[in-house]
Design a protein around this ligand. Sequence first.
Ligand code: AP5
Length: 259
Amino acid sequence: MNSPGKPDRATWIQGPSANCSPRPERVQEPWRLVLLGAPGVGKGTQADLLHQRLNACHLSTGDVFRSAGSRSECDQSPAMKAALQYMRRGDLVPDSIVWEMVLERSGCLRCGGGFLLDGFPRTLAQAESLKQLMENQRLYLTAVLNYSLPLSEIVVRLSGRRTCQNCKAVYHATERPPKSADTCDRCGGKLFQREDDRPESVKVRLEAYEKSTAPLIEFYQRMGILVTVTASGTPEDICERTIAVLEDCRKRNPARERG
Ligand code: AP5
């Protein structure tokens, strides 16, 4: 989603031939973060708030797939068409397709403003590939944020989610409603319910998370960069909690920033 002054993420969303506008500012100590957590826990909402605080760019793999899905069929590559089928069912897109897409956009990982990876990595194979790629480029993750919330609250968040079809801002029908029904407060765009928020797809997504993504918690714990954040309360409270743990991380591990 875009707030005023937020880069449009064109390079990430459309691919390396597009240039972000405005170009993210280079900062001295960029934050390079991964946001982990079950579908619907609030990663996208937090990424948007964290961007405003840390300046790092919000890089969501789900947004890349959804944006490709909104193009005409003939503008979609065969791999992207296949990816969209998996996504609609709630299944994970195969690693090979995801990795090809991320690799094509790997320049975004070197962005001078840092990054907030949301929805990637999602399997151990993706996490290994990212680690290797970053090590080769002498880049290091500052931290991996693991957002946690009881399943019952996650289901409520997913079933009420509404997204702006234009700027991708995220609302909740009852918890964070727009001022005017079905209309985005930021840009006036129409709000829609994501196809994969239907109950049958949500079930598949939650199972895929448990089976394939939850093991990443241990992976990053072993690397010593995992921090768990309770995802209950208002988005602003959760963001404050996140900033506090990140500041603590930086104090404890300043050497990591030189990457
Ligand atoms: P993706 O887009 O990454 O979806 P996800 O991980 O399932 O996460 P969501 O976007 O559903 O939730 P979120 O945690 O961002 O929550 P949000 O902030 O919106 O992936 C979609 C699909 O793409 C996957 O299923 C897969 O098919 C494919 N894919 C993507 N990446 C892949 C990869 N790497 N490998 C393989 N496949 C991949 O919040 C949810 C709702 O809660 C909103 O309505 C929001 O307003 C509300 N809310 C947020 N915070 C709060 C709060 N504190 N209090 C009350 N309400 C809140």
